[in-house]
Design a protein around this ligand. Structure first.
Ligand code: ASC
Length: 150
């Protein structure tokens, strides 16, 4: 009995770990909207702190900037699961649901750009951080222009 329980618990843990993703379930559209807006709020907070350094408004501290870049990179995979069918609302434009391929492409571009920003941030080279920050900001803006209500 005990061994069976251990085996099934281990199997469940292995299955969850191998899935390698965070699953979110939303009972109501407003829960999905709150989730994705919260993720973007956390991302914008860290991205904004990096932006202040890049613009020379705050001093450059390698560890702090690297932490913020890691937060942005980690969070960047999360919002998309909260744009499922029936979760229209907030500032999301209907094109998200009518042109899913284009929306997916915009997600991928942003995730790649913030991964590059994270790589630059961990290296500590401020010039490459500035470049990568600009490129990442363009992917934020591009998606807002196409998919976010003004
Ligand atoms: C930010 C932030 C965004 C992006 C975008 C870049 O700091 O909150 O959404 O940068 O404005 O164009």
């Amino acid at each position: 009995m005990k061994i069976k329980a251990i085996i099934s618990t281990s199997l469940a843990a292995i299955l969850l770990a191998s899935a390698g993703v965070v699953f979110a379930q939303f009972q109501k559209a407003e829960d999905a909207i709150k989730y994705r807006q919260s993720v973007f709020t956390v991302m914008a907070n860290s991205f904004g702190k990096i932006g202040a350094v890049v613009k020379g408004e705050a001093p450059y501290n390698k560890d702090e900037l690297a932490k913020n870049a890691a937060i942005v990179a980690m969070m960047s995979s999360l919002p998309w699961q909260a744009f499922g069918t029936g979760t229209e609302g907030g500032k999301a434009q209907s094109d998200i649901w009518s042109d899913q391929a284009k929306f997916k492409s915009a997600q991928d571009k942003m995730q790649l750009a913030v991964a590059n920003l994270n790589t630059a941030a961990q290296s500590g080279d401020l010039e490459s951080i500035k470049k990568a920050f600009g490129a990442a900001g363009q992917t934020c803006k591009g998606c807002h222009d196409d998919f976010r209500k003004k």
